[in-house]
Design a protein around this ligand. Structure first.
Ligand code: FES
Length: 148
């Protein structure tokens, strides 16, 4: 199996069986995200311990890429500090948008599966919706955010 097949399988698996799907009651942080291009929405709730993301869940409706991306993100950021999240967010953003990125997808573990999205510019917003939404939750932005 080559890397492309492996990455496709990761996306399919996380779309069919999203990890950390649901809502945290009495969450420390929360934000709603919206992709106006398609109307898809997702909500992210987060519990913090000190400056670490101790628990995170997402819910909402979205395409396969947005659900898989949110599922992968929740797995990747649990236990991370806010500074670590910020660094990871920058790397994923570059992976999704820069064709000449020097980031090796393999260095990002399962998140590397999102690298295929850059071949489909219309889907970049699908993959980045959850990341923008978590960023908004961290910034304690009370207003729903949109990817526009
Ligand atoms: Fe709506 Fe992908 S088509 S988030």
């Amino acid at each position: 199996m080559d890397l492309k097949d492996l990455y496709r399988d990761v996306i399919v698996d996380h779309n069919k069986h999203p990890r950390n799907f649901g809502r945290l009651e009495a969450a420390d942080l929360h934000a709603d995200g919206h992709n106006p291009l398609c109307g898809d929405q997702l909500s992210i709730s987060v519990n913090m311990t000190g400056d670490k993301i101790s628990d995170i869940k997402f819910e909402g409706s979205g395409c396969a890429i947005s659900v898989a991306s949110a599922s992968l993100m929740t797995e990747a950021v649990r236990g991370k500090s806010l500074a670590e999240f910020s660094a990871l967010h920058s790397q994923v953003h570059e992976l999704l948008t820069k064709h000449d990125s020097s980031i090796d997808p393999i260095s990002l573990g399962k998140l590397g599966a999102l690298s295929g999205v850059r071949e489909f510019p219309a889907r970049v917003k699908c993959a980045s919706l959850c990341w923008h939404t978590l960023q908004a939750a961290i910034e304690n932005n009370a207003h729903p955010i949109s990817t526009e």
